[in-house]
Write a protein that binds this ligand. Structure first.
Ligand SMILES: [Zn+2]
Length: 555
């Protein structure tokens, strides 16, 4: 079964979330992983906005500036293409001289903001026009003046747009303000009443008072009144509309064009509160800034460390080859696990479902430029349990977690899993330690030809392995081969589920078998230096192991 784009070996983070390695982080010197999945509860990371940038111009700014206004770039409300600011002659014959007008103009569909009355007068520009006898220095001066005039004119255009939008929103804003004012008044009244009533018992004035005091019924009543007011407003606008429509029916042309499409209405509703009734209600749409966020690990934060996992640079182009330096350095800090944590993938596997036996070939690859010594083990081998309490406890994988296992973050593919019977994995003994050499840079060896996998790997066949497994054998792990930065480990699983489980779990017929495993990496003594984890104080002959938990999905 091809598993090229989907991860069937997932990593378990500090909050026991299952995560593909591509979405996992490893905080500097931390002994656990952090899931970058945003759909898990509770999330393992905190996210904060560092800066923002305009997706059109790629100009960047801090968060405060981004919140205070839009970037100035606009989209066409009709076809959603970018619009430009254009200064053109008024083409109407009625105006005597060639008056200039500044407006938003769509280069794609020729929509102009003249339709919605958003324009500014650009006649100022005529004052700085060039005649034939102007000399060079004067020409430069005029050019400068023209530039300044254009800045003024475009600013006026933006102001005009803002004014027109607030005009449209005026009624709705007024209703909203009156509601909040009424609530504030009610609240004050209630406070006053409470002060007066301190220590008093309710007397005859009780019923009167209740009328004026704050209550849910009164609040609902006032909301209802406001809602009716708003409905009449809406209806009155609607009432105007059929008449216009009927008028236009006479000439038949242009009616469908004049009605905004549902998409245009939806886009327009993000800037005005009133449903646009015709094309002339459509305003240019603002282009919103994109946020750039940094992430921190919640577990590291709780332990009093910074726990920064990823932090963007201010300029969105940093790292790009269009700049002179720093190519490829996209982040201030990037602790993505793919750079540090060994990648474990499922090469091939097979199953004998009748006997609940599985055989799988796992491939372990070192992504770092340093040597690594490590081993694979079952989730709770006796040796793991005997170690000091510093080791993370064996994770309890929640049933809900197994309902939505993310295997492909790019296509957002989720699968279901059912946990392998604990008896099947409890007997798994750790493999011997194996050494992974520093990663081979494939680009250094371009043209050298792809090296083949060792013959033990290419000859590995799940059916043969399963055939050789006797009834009495227990689950086990075995190193098949190691070569350079890669090792291959065979996993044989017996009695993965009891017969009762298999027959009763009809709902999970399609579910993957989730097999918990542990990856134990030695730190110190020249192993896994890229992780920056400090070796614990312990006798020199003992190994300091960092345990990372994995879940392999088999079917
Ligand atoms: Zn357009």
């Amino acid at each position: 079964m091809a598993a090229t784009h989907e991860d069937f070996v997932l990593y378990v983070d500090h909050a026991n979330h299952l995560t593909p390695l591509t979405l996992a982080y490893h905080a500097t010197a931390s002994r656990h992983l952090t899931s970058g999945r945003s759909d898990v509860i509770p999330p393992s990371t905190t996210v904060e906005t560092d800066s923002a940038y305009c997706p059109r111009s790629l100009t960047f700014c801090d968060v405060a500036t981004a919140l205070s206004g839009d970037g100035g770039y606009k989209d066409c409300p009709v076809c959603f293409s970018p619009v430009s600011i254009s200064i053109d002659e008024k083409n109407s014959r009625t105006s005597s001289d060639g008056r200039l007008i500044c407006h938003y103009l769509c280069g794609h569909c020729q929509w102009s903001s003249r339709e919605c009355g958003v324009t500014s007068n650009a006649d100022k520009l005529l004052e700085y026009s060039t005649s034939d006898d102007t000399d060079a220095p004067k020409e430069d001066e005029l050019e400068k003046q023209r530039g300044l005039a254009i800045i003024d004119i475009t600013r006026e255009l933006a102001v005009c747009l803002q004014r027109r939008i607030s005009e449209k929103n005026k009624d709705v804003d007024a209703i909203f303000n009156s509601i909040t004012t009424i609530w504030a008044e009610r609240e004050q009244e209630e406070q006053r009443r409470n002060r007066m009533n301190t220590g008093m018992t309710m007397t005859q004035g009780d019923s009167d008072r209740r009328e004026n005091s704050w209550s849910r019924e009164i609040l609902e009543q006032s909301l209802l009144e406001k809602k009716q007011a708003m409905d009449t407003l809406f209806i009155s606008r609607k009432a105007n509309y059929p008449r216009e429509d009927a008028k236009k029916l006479g000439d038949t042309s242009g009616i469908p064009e004049n009605l905004p499409t549902p998409q245009q209405i939806a886009a327009q509703m993000t800037i005005t509160a009133i449903t646009p009734q015709s094309r002339s209600d459509l305003f240019p749409l603002p282009v919103y800034y994109r946020a750039r966020v940094s992430r921190r690990c919640r577990a590291e934060l709780a332990a009093g460390r910074t726990g920064i996992l990823i932090k963007p640079k201010l300029n969105p182009l940093e790292g790009d080859t269009s700049l002179r330096a720093g190519h490829g350095q996209w982040w201030k800090k990037d602790s993505s696990a793919v750079h540090v944590v060994p990648r474990v993938r499922l090469c091939r596997h097979g199953a004998d479902l009748a006997c609940q036996k599985y055989a799988a070939l796992l491939k372990v690859k070192n992504p770092t430029l340093n040597t690594m010594r490590l081993r694979l083990s079952g989730p709770s081998s006796p040796e793991v349990d005997n170690e000091e309490a510093n080791n993370p406890p064996v994770p309890l994988i929640d049933k809900r977690e197994l309902q939505h296992i993310l295997v492909n973050p790019f296509t957002e593919k989720f699968v279901q899993g059912r946990l392998c019977s604990p008896n099947a994995t409890s007997s798994i003994m750790p493999t011997d330690f194996f050494v992974l050499h520093p990663v081979d840079d494939p680009f250094l060896d371009v043209g050298k030809g792809q090296e083949d996998d060792p013959s033990e790997v290419s000859n590995w066949d799940a059916t043969t392995i399963l055939g050789a497994v006797g009834d009495g054998t227990t689950s086990q792990l075995r190193i098949v081969a190691t070569k350079g930065d890669t090792a291959w480990v065979e996993m044989v699983l017996c009695n993965a589920a009891t017969d009762a489980e298999v027959s009763s779990d009809t709902t999970y017929a399609n579910a993957y078998l989730a097999v918990p495993l542990a990856l134990q990496v030695e730190v110190g003594n020249g192993s896994w230096e890229a992780s920056l984890i400090k070796r614990r104080d312990m006798p020199a002959e003992e190994k300091d192991l960092v345990t990372l938990y994995l879940v392999a999905l088999l079917r």
